[in-house]
Design a protein around this ligand. Structure first.
Ligand SMILES: [Zn+2]
Length: 352
């Protein structure tokens, strides 16, 4: 509104900033207001940045060197085999069938039954994107950066063997992860894990027909998508996949497309645990659940024994039964996986 009284008293100022007819007092008020505004904008940006950083990366943590010296938990092989047996006994767990859904619900129940689990971690079936029933068990650790240990729980659809339940190709990995959940839960009674750990049971690893962009690895792809959407991908430091690790005649070959630095740590920890003869670096690239993680720029390794029976004859056949797998083999792979997690987190992921 125009107020002639006011502009009567106008004084010219030397500031270009001031428009004609603006008094010195008004100019000063304007300037200090402007500075206050700029300051507030900066303050808001700083605070928002700090909040975002906290939300995305979590609290600043100092990795203590002493965490290097704390031994990782070890697996109860017999327990792992019992879990594998029970999972196997559920029958076929073909992607997008009741069997896979039942298997996922069974995994959730087993986790919840571990004594002390409700205080140590949490378990859930993440919202399904493409009909998959993944399961994730999360153990918060001393830092929010996490390592995933994964295995698939679905089984191959075999028209020739309708009741195919996958002892090694499915149940062995499930047994390994559930036994790890039990061991980590017990460990947390004394101490938090050195980093957050996610045990992820993937559905839809097996192709219903053959591997394409949309057939096979459905659960792991969906899981990676979820990590992108909730920004947790930024905190995912490594992914360790266990597949077909129950073979009594165990020899794990790390998939050729595993991240070299991570593969080095696996071999070093296998040797340190006395399992050097059971591990080697393979040359064959694997299209397995670690692959979507690699595609997303994450460090991943695939621990797989893709030589199951003479000429791999037990693989995807009716011969993949419980008598072919052992507690010792599952323990071997799972112990090494836990050692790798502890080693990586213990030195602030400096190996990667
Ligand atoms: Zn398979």
């Amino acid at each position: 509104m125009y107020d002639p009284e006011r502009y009567e008293k106008k004084e010219r100022t030397g500031f270009h900033l001031f428009a004609e007819g603006v008094s010195k007092e008004e100019g000063r008020r304007y300037l200090s207001g402007l500075f206050r505004f700029i300051f507030s904008v900066f303050a808001v940006i700083l605070v928002a940045g700090a909040v975002l950083r906290f939300l995305i990366l979590g609290p600043v943590s100092c990795t203590s060197l002493s965490s290097n010296e704390i031994a990782p938990p070890v697996i109860d092989g017999e327990l792992a085999l019992r879990y594998a047996q029970e999972n196997y006994d559920l029958g076929p767990k073909v992607f997008r069938t009741e069997g896979a859904k039942r298997s996922a619900e069974w995994i959730v129940e087993q986790a919840q039954k571990i004594p002390g689990f409700e205080k140590a971690g949490r378990v859930r079936i993440p919202p399904s994107a493409h009909g998959e029933y993944n399961v994730e068990i999360i153990f918060p650790g001393k830092e929010p950066n996490f390592v995933i240990v994964g295995a698939h729980h679905d089984t191959k659809r075999l028209f020739s063997v309708p009741d195919f339940a996958g002892a090694n190709d499915g149940a062995s990995g499930v047994g390994a992860l559930l036994a790890m959940a039990a061991a980590i839960t017990e460990y947390t009674q004394k101490e938090l894990p050195p980093c957050t750990i996610r045990l992820v049971f993937f559905d839809g690893e097996e192709a219903l027909y053959q591997y394409t962009e949309t057939d096979g690895l459905v659960g792991s792809r969906a899981y990676v998508d979820m990590m992108k959407q909730d920004y947790s991908k930024l905190r995912c430091r490594a992914m360790i996949l266990l597949d077909m690790i129950g073979d009594k005649d165990l020899h794990i070959e790390l998939a050729g497309n595993s991240t070299p630095a991570l593969a080095d740590v696996v071999l070093a920890e296998a040797a340190a645990a006395g399992y050097a003869d059971k591990f080697s670096r393979g040359e064959t690239d694997m299209l397995d659940d670690h692959y979507p993680f690699l595609q997303a720029g994450k460090k991943a390794v695939d621990l797989i024994d893709f030589n199951y029976g003479p000429e791999n004859r037990y693989w995807h056949t009716g011969a993949d039964t419980m008598d072919k797998i052992s507690a010792e083999s599952i323990k071997t792979a799972a112990d090494v996986a836990l050692r790798v997690v502890w080693r990586l987190a213990g030195n602030g992921f400096a190996d990667l």
